[in-house]
Design a protein around this ligand. Structure first.
Ligand code: IPE
Ligand code: IPE
Ligand code: MG
Length: 251
């Protein structure tokens, strides 16, 4: 068993939490409010969850903010979401920086309005030196896109003679995917009751523990996250071994 895997077995606290923040629309509809207000309420929940992870010394928090399929939504909702990203980035980046949070964005940012792309780069640059929580925002992200861009990058390396086809190992593929320098998620959470991945991190979730809750994202509180982390602590991760083997390794 790899050294990192033994470390993972002994850890009751997730190093990396990845969340599909789902249910903003339904939260609004249940209150007879426009969906836009659901997304605004969702931003408030993000603030609380980031604060909690920073306080609890979680290393990485990845949030699925906009999928590569979300462009299929009505035009008004898409443009509202773009505006909300921009205003949230503008209003939050200083606070994140003060709290020693390092911000990363994953996904195809080239499809975003120019101004938003600029703010993304500024946010990443401003927080680059921080060594507290790594906050990864997945925006226009898709697991298929991630694998596609990794394959293109590997193919370029082979074409340029930098490597041979026989050099393409799992490590090489991993190194070309998004966030290669951060550990894979230990705990995956999806709010809003759906039980699917919706093209989120595909490669990186290979051995992640899954947690689903019916709670809608705007209602997801620090206590809800604490409950998910406590549930994670009860799981036995096996990485292909038997339960008995794991007991020996962890006692
Ligand atoms: C998640 O909430 C936020 C985004 C996808 C941007 P939804 O907007 O998907 O909420 P529901 O699923 O319609 O309730
Ligand atoms: C996944 O939620 C994407 C985000 C939370 C950003 P969706 O609500 O878009 O997922 P589906 O379409 O119901 O699978
Ligand atoms: Mg949804």
């Amino acid at each position: 068993m790899r050294v990192e895997e033994v470390d993972l077995l002994n850890s009751k606290k997730p190093r990396h939490i990845a969340i599909i923040m789902d249910g903003n629309g339904r939260w609004a509809v249940a209150r007879r409010l426009p969906r836009a207000l659901g997304h605004q309420a969702g931003v408030k929940a993000v603030r609380k969850i980031v604060e909690y992870c920073a306080k609890e010394n979680i290393e990485v928090l990845t949030l699925f903010a906009f999928s590569s399929e979300n462009w299929r939504r009505p035009k008004d909702e898409v443009s509202l979401l773009m505006k909300l990203f921009l205003t949230t980035l503008q209003s939050e980046i200083n606070r994140l920086d003060r709290n020693n949070v390092r911000v990363h964005f994953i996904g195809d940012r080239s499809a975003f309005p120019e101004k938003l792309q600029q703010k993304i780069v500024e946010g990443e640059n401003k927080t680059r030196q921080n060594n507290g929580l790594n906050l990864v925002i997945a925006a226009n992200y898709g697991g298929h896109w991630d694998i596609q861009q990794a394959m293109k990058s590997v193919a370029e390396s082979v074409l340029s003679g930098e490597m041979q086809v026989s050099d393409i190992s799992e490590e090489v593929i991993r190194s070309r995917l998004s966030i290669p320098s951060l550990p894979d998620p230990d705990l995956f959470i999806r709010t809003g009751g759906e039980k699917r991945i919706s093209n989120f991190l595909l490669w990186q979730l290979a051995y992640t523990e899954f947690y689903f809750t019916d709670e809608l994202w705007p209602d997801f509180s620090q206590t809800s996250l604490k409950n998910a982390i406590e549930d994670f602590a009860t799981r036995q991760r096996r990485f292909g071994h038997t339960g008995e083997q794991i007991k020996k390794l962890t006692h």
